[in-house]
Design a protein around this ligand. Sequence first.
Ligand code: GYE
Length: 311
Amino acid sequence: VSSIATLLSGAAYAQSLTVGFSQIGSESGWRAAETSVAKEQAKQRGITLKIADAQQKQENQIKAVRSFIAQGVDAIFIAPVVQTGWEPVLEEAKDAKIPVFLLDRNITAKDKSLYMSVVTADNVYEGKVAGDWLVKEMAGKTCNVVELQGTVGASVALDRKKGFADAIASTPSIKIVRTQSGDFTRSKGKEVMESFIKAEDRGKNICAVYAHNDDMAIGAIQAIKEAGLKPGSDIKIISIDAVPDIFKAMQAGEANLTVELTPNMAGPAFDALQAYKKDGTIPPKVILTESKAFGPDSAQQQIELKKNMGY
Ligand code: GYE
């Protein structure tokens, strides 16, 4: 096989690659964008991409990985729903000599040889950007924050929680009064926000929502409006992802800040995989993507940009 590989050009060899991608599900707009960008990136490179939707369940992801191993794919991509419990199935992939790339979320496995690279944003930093913004915005004023956490046990939820907590730690006038998981979905975000509003003097005691993703923020915006309050002004809305719908909310004056996370996690993983297959180049263990904060001023531009990117 390796002699054939050297005979063919990099591009021609790449065309023969098949990658199995165990995707979490379709809990958020960001997730849907990641899936469609992955398909597009595969197409551009002539890579065959097989996507398995795990519907939010780790057990389905493990089954999908086993099936990819049985099919003898050239590499496996996993967006790990939670951070623990991956060692056994990754051992199986390693025994089968199939390189594994983790996309957008991390795992806690001590043995780093179980995967080649993880492509992710610095999620602690993202939480910190969100918290820093609020500290500055409040300029010493008191602020009770309610937090909508992502999926329980997901690395990104833990990291985004930590980053925000770190940012507000030395500002006692800003504190998190309630925190609960909204599982990264709009419907749960709304449901949890409704209970926060009930518990906090019909929402009058809440100054800001920090949501670990835009979809939960959008659910919260709905709940706030139904309670007769104004999201964006009565209650500030801060979230992460930068999907088109949060920019639309900003244009309506209903959201204040989002921290962008590129949905192109597959592209850098494909690049690393192709280089590895071509001449054995070992990619860095962590391939970091950029994170940037956006407010209402950039909403229109961001909506257009995202449209051009195809999502
Ligand atoms: O922010 C959220 C999604 O793991 C980075 O998962 C991803 C997160 C993303 O459901 O919207």
